[in-house]
Structure formats: structure tokens, C-alpha cells
Design a protein around this ligand. Structure first.
Ligand code: CP
Length: 308
């Protein structure tokens, strides 16, 4: 059974296919209004979420399907100690496809191993968030018209930010991209991303603490929130949380066609004054996430049907 746990579970050809379907959904929503009639999605969210859970649910409703949901760690039998494996076997009895968010790295993999329906990872701890990357990729494609030859700045919590790890993996598969990794010393990209992705493929990257110095050369700036929920100590979080705040003044030396992305939620990383800047793409990114999740649900359900 095909599941999507990591962005690399999808080939570049499949990503392009999803982008094409998403763009067709945007252009012709009525064509897809009954595409999942009679199908059910379970959203199992054991960590807080606004965008991911709601966009999965909106996606399924807009495809004519139905949704059943677990929200919050305390509201399902997981709170009584039920394993992820047993949850997978149980929920597979009720629905055709599952989207899960869970605080533990690797949890989505365990769910998929034990489910008899496709599983989509909606974020597993600090590891991976592939459908956020789908939202990011559609946004980059619609803003830039290409995935190659881009200088991509990633700024903020590059250590715990799972969306950062997935986006670096995804964009490393295209030629001519360069990464500028902007973070405090304590929140640098983990060595498995640096060594196994960037260095192994000889992809150019620089690490810096200087956002303003890096800005003029960027085609894309991906801002991120400092991930309070993954810190062991509140003092460190408070010291680091406002390391970078993007405001209109800092953007004066940026390219006129810079695309500013953020997976959201934001706390202080982008001042609200930047929302008026035509380079701000983060709310378009939210909408793009729904269309890419629609395309992914369609693809996985079709593949599951073909398996039977
Ligand atoms: N970007 C993202 O995953 O947002 P939520 O945590 O609100 O789902």
C-alpha cells in the first residue's frame, strides 16, 4: 500500500504530476467536486495544527468525500496507552485514507506499516512534513516558474524545523540550486541533512547568522518559527525566539522578485507590515497546500483502488 511519509517518497515526475493536477483543480474545481464521493479520510492529529488538519479536511470535502477526526492527544485511546500499530489496524477498518500528525519522529512510518489504507504524514516530530513541502513547491513553481537555478535562503530554526529538512531534500533534486542557511549557532541544520543531502550531492550551501547580509542574493526566503515545543528548556527558547524578525526595512535590499515563504504559524518572525508587500507569499502558500493535498489524496486513492 502506497503511503507518503517523506517527500522523497514522491519522485520528481510524481511531484510534477501533482502540481499539474493541483493547477487543474484551481482552474476547474467543479470537475473534481465528486471525485472522492463515498470515500472517507481520517485525520489523526496528536499535536496542535490549524493549516494541515483543516486543509486536509477541506481538501476531502471539496473532493466530495467525508472526514472523521481525532484531535488532541487526550481524546483517543492513545491516551489509554494504545499503540500506533493498533491504532493503524483499527482506523483502517473505518476509512479509505489516513492523515496523521504525531510528536514522535518515525510514528507515521509505524502507522503506515500497520495500516491497510494509504497513510499521509502530516508531520512527525522534528523529522518530516511532506505535505507542507508540497505546498511550498507549488508556491515556488507558481511564483518562479521553475525549480532550478534558485538561491534559496532558509532562516530561523533550521534544527527543529521539519519543513526546512523536507524542503532542502526536495529542492536538492533540481539542478543549479544554492542554499543559504541562516540561523543562530544553536539552531543550525542537523548534520544528517548537511552530510547526507547537501554534501553527498555536492550542492552548494553557506551557513550564516546574518539575514540582512544574505538577503540581496536570495530568490526565495523561507522564514521559520523557533519551535518552542521541541526545546528542552524554556530559557533557551526565550533567548532564541526573536533571533530574526523580517520587516519592510530589511527587505529594502532584497530582489524585487524575491518570494517570501513561511510554513506558518508565525509568531514574531515576519512583521505584519510585510503582509502588504507583493513579495509575501505565505498566505498563498496556505491555499496552495489545500490544492496539493487534494491532488495527493486523489493520487493515493487511485493507486489503492488499482491495487485491489
Ligand atoms: N504549516 C503547518 O504545518 O501549520 P499547522 O501546524 O497549523 O498545521
Amino acid at each position: 500500500m502506497r503511503s507518503v511519509i517523506d517527500i522523497l517518497d514522491l519522485s520528481p515526475d510524481e511531484l510534477m504530476e501533482l502540481i499539474e493536477v493541483a493547477q487543474d483543480i484551481i482552474a476547474n474545481p467543479a470537475k473534481y467536486a465528486e471525485a472522492c464521493h463515498g470515500k472517507k479520510l481520517a485525520t489523526l492529529f496528536f499535536e496542535p495544527s490549524t493549516r494541515t488538519r483543516m486543509s486536509f479536511e477541506a481538501a476531502m470535502y471539496e473532493l466530495g468525500g467525508n472526514v472523521i477526526s481525532v484531535t488532541g492527544a487526550g481524546t483517543s485511546s492513545a491516551a489509554k496507552g494504545e499503540s500506533i500499530a493498533d491504532t493503524a489496524k483499527t482506523v483502517s477498518c473505518y476509512v479509505d485514507i489516513i492523515a496523521m500528525r504525531h510528536p514522535k519522529e518515525g510514528s507515521a512510518y509505524v502507522l503506515a506499516k500497520n495500516a491497510s489504507v494509504p497513510v499521509i504524514n502530516g508531520g512527525d516530530g522534528g523529522h518530516s512534513h511532506p505535505t507542507q513541502t508540497l505546498a511550498d513547491l507549488l508556491t515556488i513553481y507558481r511564483e518562479k516558474g521553475r525549480f532550478e537555478g534558485l538561491t534559496i535562503g532558509l532562516c530561523g530554526d533550521l534544527k527543529f524545523g521539519r519543513t526546512v529538512h523536507s524542503l532542502i531534500q526536495a529542492m536538492s533534486r533540481y539542478n543549479g540550486n544554492k542554499f543559504v542557511l541562516i540561523s543562530p549557532e544553536e539552531l543550525k541544520v542537523p548534520s544528517y541533512v548537511k552530510k547526507d543531502v547537501l554534501q553527498q550531492q555536492n550542492i552548494p550551501y553557506v551557513q550564516t547568522t546574518d539575514l540582512e547580509g544574505a538577503l540581496p542574493e536570495l530568490d526565495i526566503l523561507y522564514m521559520t518559527r523557533v519551535q518552542r515545543e521541541r526545546f528542552f528548556n524554556e530559557e533557551d527558547y526565550l533567548r532564541l525566539k526573536d533571533s530574526y524578525i523580517l520587516n519592510p526595512d530589511k527587505l529594502k535590499n532584497a530582489k524585487p522578485d524575491l518570494a517570501i515563504l513561511h510554513p506558518l504559524p508565525r509568531v514574531n518572525e515576519i512583521s505584519v507590515a510585510v503582509d502588504q508587500d507583493p513579495r509575501a507569499c505565505y498566505f498563498k502558500q496556505v491555499l496552495n497546500g489545500k490544492y496539493m493535498r487534494m491532488a495527493l489524496i486523489l493520487k493515493l486513492l487511485k493507486e489503492a483502488e488499482n491495487e485491489h
